[in-house]
Design a protein around this ligand. Structure first.
Ligand code: MN
Length: 421
């Protein structure tokens, strides 16, 4: 698909993350005013809440953009999503005669504050990159037994916390937790010493599924409204002590940061690619009727306090062994309904080479090979006031689909409300 030209000139730059082909969905405010739903176009955001109020956009027999979240639009389903996309094409395409009636609803992106784009109803995280699972498994169990026996048969996941999903730009604090010393040492309660990031994509469920009714992979794909960048902040030392037998708990609860724009499935359609070959063959309910992965370049930048930003990893979402559609289909097999605003973390996206690894745990190999940031600065895990920024792009010949940044600063631990040593 070629670039769709817009009368907003900035949107036609091949490097602009928000061309007319993209139209990602966010929530914004201007100067502390009310939060409205907005769509990014070029260097502007279009106030679709105000446009619905003015009668320029109608998606249902009632208002759905009158609240600071996209959940109501998501719940309408794919026909309404396509209708909105086509309405916006009509308003924003080059040569549109609706130019003058739309201009008043634009705000410069540089002048708005961005908020969480949807209400996160539930959050699930997976473990679906072969390279990541192989790396982590090798560190803890040796290369021979790196992959658990179920790994090549089902997308392993756990139910996480929706309540600590935050938008890019939200600072977090180093958590406290139970840390276990070596051998017979008693556990102690202290600030996490091995705090890490995980480079992931998040799939946002739009339409719901029904209690007791599993969905196919094709149905699951159609339920997905769009994708965000996602950082699954992880306390490795808390996790090492707590995770058996029920999986991660407090290690993953501190925060999950997402990028501020939901990039719709329609915008990503031209970038669909087949997953890597699966061996052995998956059970029939996990078969994909077509390509369900996406070619999305990903990178992570680490900025120490007062230091220069350093890109510490580059990889691609297409590396994933399981697609979001497969993960969502598997998620419904036991009958739990999925709801609008369900968020599915892809699992850490690691590629085959050392500089494609999606976490510090892997990049610094559990602290054994500290990562060199230059200028004598190294990292095994994150230090206080480090800023972590995830970026992602799908690139066509003459346009780019961007997600906006997924960024956060790790602030120092806050003492808990009881005496500590
Ligand atoms: Mn994760």
């Amino acid at each position: 698909m070629p670039l769709l030209s817009s009368w907003i000139e900035a949107a036609n730059d091949p490097a602009c993350p928000f061309p007319l082909n993209n139209l990602p969905c966010g929530v914004f405010s201007v100067a502390g005013g009310p939060r409205h739903c907005g769509v990014a176009i070029g260097d502007q955001v279009l106030d679709v809440t105000a446009m619905e109020r003015a009668g320029l956009i109608s998606l249902a027999d009632r208002a759905v953009l009158d609240r600071p979240e996209w959940n109501a639009v998501m719940a309408l389903g794919p026909a309404a999503w396509t209708r909105l996309r086509n309405l916006l094409f009509g308003f924003l395409r080059a040569g549109s005669d609706l130019h003058s009636s739309v201009s008043r609803y634009l705000h410069p992106l540089s002048a708005v504050e961005l908020h969480l784009p949807f209400s996160v109803t539930e959050f699930t995280d997976f473990y679906a990159s072969h390279h990541h699972a192989q790396n982590v498994g090798t560190m803890f169990r040796g290369a021979e037994n790196a992959l658990p026996p179920n790994w090549r048969h089902l997308p392993i996941g756990y139910n996480g916390r929706a309540s600590s999903v935050v938008v890019s730009g939200t600072d977090l604090h180093r958590p406290w937790g139970q840390l276990k010393g070596p051998n017979d040492a008693a556990p102690r309660f202290a600030p996490c010493e091995r705090f890490d990031f995980e480079l992931e994509m998040g799939a946002v469920v739009g339409t719901p599924s029904r209690l007791g009714r599993p969905v196919t992979v094709a149905q699951a794909d159609a339920m997905i409204f769009g994708y965000v960048l996602l950082n699954d902040w992880s306390a490795r030392d808390i996790q090492a002590w707590e995770y058996q037998p029920l999986g991660p708990f407090q290690a993953k609860a501190t925060a999950t940061t997402i990028s501020p724009w939901i990039v719709t499935r329609a915008a990503l359609d031209p970038f669909r690619v087949a997953a890597p070959e699966r061996e052995p063959e998956l059970l029939p309910y996990l078969h994909e009727p077509g390509p369900m992965n996406y070619d999305i370049e990903l990178e992570v930048e680490l900025t120490p306090q007062g230091g220069a930003p350093v890109v510490i990893t580059r990889t691609n979402y297409r590396e994933m062994y399981y697609s979001a559609a497969q993960q969502l289909a598997h998620h419904t097999t036991a009958g739990a309904p999925m709801r609008p605003g369900d968020l599915l973390g892809s699992g850490t996206v690691s590629g085959p080479e050392r500089d494609n690894r999606g976490s510090l745990l892997e990049l610094a190999w559990g602290g054994k090979e500290p990562l060199d940031l230059g200028g004598g600065v190294t990292r095994s895990f994150l230090e206080d006031n480090d800023r972590l920024t995830l970026r992602g792009w799908a690139r066509a010949e003459d346009y780019t689909i961007g997600f906006g940044e997924c960024s956060g600063i790790l602030r120092p631990a806050i003492a808990p409300p009881w005496p500590v040593d």
